[in-house]
Design a binder for this molecule. Structure first.
Ligand code: HEC
Length: 122
């Protein structure tokens, strides 16, 4: 909660409307290492899950050769920062029936930082 307040203050201080600009990339990278790296590479190779290189803008369930669930393959959207922010906090709410074994981050501020980090994987 304290972090959310700090981020909000930073946004107000620099007079910027986009919370993404106040996100902390170092924290995002750490959140990734702690919660995602066991299953996802930041490159193109699959681990347990598909590689996340070039994730933002990519159609969901579209890495060639990765064996996605039917739910992910037919999700029918391309990943945006907004979709990812929802997905990392509640994967089943975004792609119902997907088989990613992760229940979601509880901390919204960490989710914002994580998504900012995911956007750098291009
Ligand atoms: C225990 C393993 C595991 C963990 C932990 C995990 N994932 Fe996944 N992830 C998967 C699997 C498996 C899939 C494929 C799901 C499917 O096909 O339904 C997936 C799919 C995804 C996708 C969709 C990719 C695409 O090509 O459309 C995204 C985005 C994603 N994960 C991000 C994350 C992030 C960010 C984290 C950390 C917060 C995370 N995952 C944590 C295993 C994991």
């Amino acid at each position: 909660m304290a972090r959310i307040l700090i981020n909000t203050a930073a946004v107000v201080a620099i007079g910027c409307a986009s919370p993404a600009l106040a996100a902390d990339l170092a924290t995002g990278a750490k959140v990734f290492r702690t919660n995602c790296a066991v299953c996802h590479s930041t490159g193109t190779n699959a681990v347990v899950g598909p590689g996340l290189h070039g994730l933002v803008g990519r159609k969901a369930g579209s890495v060639p050769g990765f064996s996605y669930s039917a739910a992910m393959k037919s999700a029918g959207f391309a990943w945006t920062a907004e979709q990812l922010a929802k997905y990392v906090t509640n994967p089943q709410a975004v792609v119902k029936g997907n088989r990613m074994p992760f229940s979601g981050l509880q901390n919204r501020s960490q989710a914002v930082d994580l998504v900012a980090y995911l956007e750098t994987l291009r």
